[in-house]
Design a protein around this ligand. Sequence first.
Ligand code: NDP
Length: 503
Amino acid sequence: MADKKKRLTTASGMPVDNDQQTLTAGPRGPALMQDVHLMEKLAHFNRERIPERVVHAKGTGAHGVFECTADMSQYTRARFLSQAGKKTEVFVRFSTVGGEKGSADAARDPRGFAVKFYTEEGNYDMTGNNTPVFFIRDPLKFPDFIHTQKRNPATNAPDPDMFWDFLSLTPESIHQVTILFSDRGTPRSYRHMNGYSSHTFKWTNAKGEYVWVQYHFKTEQGIQNLTREEASSLAGEDPDHATKDLHNAIAKGEFPSWRVCVQIMPAKDAKTYRWNIFDITKVWPHKDYPLVDIGRMTLNRNVANYFAEVEQAAFSPGNFVPGIGPSPDKMLQARIISYHDAHLYRLGSNYQLLPINAPRACTASNYQRDGTMRLDDNSGGGPNYWPNSMGGPGPDLAFAEPPIDLEGQAARHPQEVTDDDFVQAGELFRHVMSDTDREHLVGNIVAHLGKAQERIQLRQAALFFKADPDYGRRVAKGLGLDVKEVERLAAMSQEDRVKATSA
Ligand code: NDP
């Protein structure tokens, strides 16, 4: 006998008498429409899926804590960074990028690394990746780029021609492509990888002075990656391996943790620095701006319900707190709009009221009202306009961001690819990678690029050559290409190279 307190009911609360036999006219049917329990059960089932994220669809997450380990108030007035020992609840979502919700965790792909800090001044979201750079630096290219990483419109299968055609026509991607095709493109698990903000952000202190920062989350489990062979067998045999790994580690009490650091650049350096710090295809070399420890993040609690806490989690690079603001990075500016917009589509106009997304250490208070699925009291009988003289919440000038100088003409400014765009990829190949890393990098590229048309292989191999001649030669040899032809293409302008390799 079912416990009376746990009685099965319809969604409106009516007790259900039978959950195994449909109401029918006679034992052989037909079914009767008045079986409201059956109708409701089937109708709700038909609506279980919400739109899948176009990117970062496959992911997992966990709850945890960020502990500030150094008072950062000389740089930022963000309160959660104001005192060593101060703890802030976090929720973290890890993901792959290109694959669908059921795709393999072991895919070669950047990994999303999104952190929601539930601070007393509102939720602060750090929506990073496990790579410090990105493929493109202009948001107008983003939908095209993602299309090329997904499925061919005719065959509905991933297409190496699309993948490499776009990248070889987008040479600013070379740095990220080099990281992606190193073994860091297939991390052993979500616990064994770093996270990076990739973008530059602005930190402002109580005096209104600002600096530029980039965030680094360094895994305390150590970097561990899969080889190409391990990744492809795991993708087939255990497609959810990283999802299970995170859950099992936390369930066993082996809480994964990350050292949280920033690179800090005085505002005055930005204009004259060797690199454009608002170009997401570049890093700030550590010798120029060393890592400064600001805290430690530990994940210590699994979600109780995947859909409620992970699928409905909504991060936005536009969720700032006082003392942390955006930089002019064009990609960041577009993401600020785009993430919020995606959640409005995916979860509805009141997605920020969902428990996983709502502030926890403070209360949201504004004049947004109504909309689909308003879950709370909709601010009851309080005023729904500003200004009002009814005691409603009002803005506070004390939280204004200081002005920053901007200059220039409104135009579609070309951001031409120059030789500078190949320097950091070359540095990585020559100085950071070990012999084994280089060998695996070349092998990983050859295995993937080898499936594209030869003219595309030639164009892309020339880009590797421009990053480093040895890199280019080794890829060319691995692909069985004419190395002299690759060198000749590498010496051309991108425009001529494209002409020489067009269909
Ligand atoms: P450093 O020697 O000071 O730092 C090298 C960085 O590279 C470390 O953060 C290290 O991360 C990371 N790294 C090691 N192996 C790989 C790999 N196979 N793929 C990607 N990253 C790796 O050098 P610089 O700061 O002068 O940077 C040199 C190059 O290192 C850059 O051009 C960039 O490609 C890469 N890099 C730089 C970062 C930065 O913020 N400066 C961040 C990440 C990469 P870890 O210590 O965790 O192993």
